[in-house]
Design a protein around this ligand. Sequence first.
Ligand SMILES: Cc1cc2nc3c(=O)[nH]c(=O)nc-3n(C[C@H](O)[C@H](O)[C@H](O)COP(=O)(O)OP(=O)(O)OC[C@H]3O[C@@H](n4cnc5c(N)ncnc54)[C@H](O)[C@@H]3O)c2cc1C
Length: 394
Amino acid sequence: MVVWPRGVDEAAAIVRVAATHRIPLIPFGAGTSLEGQIAALGGGICVDMREMNAISPPSIEDLDVVVQAGVTRRALDARLRPEGVFFSVDPGADATIGGMVATGASGTTTVRYGAMRENVLGLTVIDAGGEIVRNPLAGAQVIGRLRPHPAADRLGGTLGLICEATLRIHPTPEAVAAAACTFPSLDAAVRCVVEVGQNSIPVARIELADERQIEGHHQHDQTSFAVAPTLFIEFHGGSQAEVEAQARDTAAIAAEHGGGDFAWASDEAERRTLWHARHRAMEATRAMRPGSGALTTDVCVPVSALADCIAATQADIAHHDLVTSIVGHAGDGNFHVIVLLDPTTRPTSPVARSSTPAWCGGRSSATGPAPASTAWATARPASWWRSTGRRRSR
Ligand SMILES: Cc1cc2nc3c(=O)[nH]c(=O)nc-3n(C[C@H](O)[C@H](O)[C@H](O)COP(=O)(O)OP(=O)(O)OC[C@H]3O[C@@H](n4cnc5c(N)ncnc54)[C@H](O)[C@@H]3O)c2cc1C
């Protein structure tokens, strides 16, 4: 069953019904999460939050804005830009704020502005018993206070339904510049990122793409980047001179690692094209093998371990002879491998089983924090569902 609440009271009533009848509850934002979080494995009520999409007038003095959970990132951006402010968290997909709070989303600008944790000032949440919990002060405190209702042990693990959020917003920078820079190897590009961080250059974005990814962009987005391991970098500053200084320092470090000249996106339209392409990494990779399925991994390690982790991952990819691309929010030590799969390959096949743990489990245990690998456990290609005769829940 899918329900679409239009306000906090309706949402609370839905949660109370689920709690009373012990029915699993699966909130749904935009469905862009990649790890199987919205799969209703035990059935239940899917609460689609997209009709709760109101945005209050932003407070320019306090630099905050109150939004309902179903507001999407792009809708919020369109509302805020004319006011000279922006919401910084950008996971790439057009996710909802509720989904971004629930997953603790990060993204291309986290290296400078932080993730959801740093940008959520308050929340209104329905706890699993149906009670409305409001805390205008600290989103993290609300999450900490939520306890599953004793009668709600089958709410599918949902601690609460996020209905509203007070978000930190930032003044639009006076000067912005973006560029792409190619490197002789992925390793050289990563080492450049590490050194940019060590030198405290406040880059707003620093994103990694391997040559396969760039080839995919050519096929999918008709881009003309040079085909080589690449960093996409954006600089924000209070003046043109500040941005130029950041760019000069970064270019000097890039040159030490064999980086080429910066190919500048000269105006806003070109910048948008550049980041639009970066945000379509998955589609671009799939364009290299039309009709193929894709599995993404998500690994985050201390930045100091990133180069070794990626090198070991590349060796695994070569060993298994897989078609992949690598992209990442390199400044945060985060990268994804997008593995193209023949749509007829079952997730239980030897190649899938033998290759995936190296990036989703084994590698991370050697080098750092845990990745998100739930997708492997729960997400199955359509062909798998067909072959079993079972129906995929939403
Ligand atoms: C191309 C691409 C790139 C991506 N890059 C990144 C990235 O760089 N960083 C990153 O963090 N993520 C990334 N993602 C993943 C995704 O965009 C984020 O996880 C996003 O935060 C999910 O938001 P959503 O609205 O789509 O949520 P959904 O996918 O609908 O839901 C995600 C989870 O949140 C729960 N949820 C949704 N709404 C609510 C609510 N109102 N109350 C309580 N729980 C709720 C759902 O039940 C589910 O468990 C990427 C996705 C794609 C497709």
